[in-house]
Design a protein around this ligand. Structure first.
Ligand SMILES: [Zn+2]
Length: 221
């Protein structure tokens, strides 16, 4: 994959699955096979979020940084940004959101999954852990995935919280391709990209980049 693809700046590596979802062209067949197998087990496996562009991630990031979107603590309670130092704010955002250019959703190999037919009537998908844990409505789907997705090449990079990004049981990754993506995404590539673009907190990000790289980008399951 080219660097511009890897960082979500162009979309030549993608195939559009429907009006709102694109994934990596080489992940289409494995995903459809996983979906078919899930169907046989009684699940309607669907993608809540596939590819996300650099620009989209930049907007998400800047909105959080500017206080236009709520900032959450690790226990999902709202944080008072006025009380935080710049550095605390940076890490609070990184717990939930990737830096623009380093989201695994740029690659098209990583998708957030759910089963719309298991959502109770009137409930909106939130993508929070309680939905996927025991007594959550996606618990059985989650267990089925744990047992079966490996056969199709998928795994969970954010299976458990280990001091970086929050646990994301809904986020699965096609390992045969995503592994190589992570190796290509060097500190120099990220530094260059953040520096060139309008990303809020840029100088602090660049200063903290070696730590961010280790704790939030490479620190996966
Ligand atoms: Zn995700």
């Amino acid at each position: 994959m080219q660097i511009t693809e890897l960082t979500g700046q162009i979309e030549t590596h993608l195939t559009q699955l429907d009006a709102r979802t694109a994934i990596h062209s080489d992940v289409v067949a494995p995903f459809l096979a996983l979906q078919e197998s899930a169907k046989k087990a009684g699940f309607n496996l669907q993608i809540a979020s596939g590819f996300r562009s650099f620009e989209r991630q930049r907007l998400i990031w800047n909105n959080k940084y500017a206080g236009k979107a709520p900032l959450l603590n690790k226990d999902e309670t709202p944080l008072d940004t006025e009380q935080l130092s710049e550095l605390e704010k940076l890490f609070a955002i990184l717990h939930w959101s990737a830096l623009p250019g380093v989201s695994r959703h740029h690659w098209g190999t990583d998708i957030d999954i759910y089963d719309p037919s298991l959502l109770p009537q009137g409930k909106k998908l939130q993508l929070v852990c309680s939905e996927y844990q025991q007594s959550g409505y996606f618990f059985e789907l989650n267990q089925w995935l744990s047992e079966n997705m490996g056969t199709f090449g998928f795994y969970r990079p954010y299976q458990t919280y280990q001091g970086g990004v929050a646990a994301e049981p809904w986020h699965i990754s096609y390992r045969p391709i995503s592994q190589g993506c992570l190796e290509k995404l060097t500190i120099d590539v990220i530094y260059d990209l953040i520096n060139k673009n309008n990303v809020l907190g840029k100088s602090l990000i660049c200063q903290q980049l070696p730590m961010i790289y280790k704790q939030y980008i490479c620190n996966i399951n």
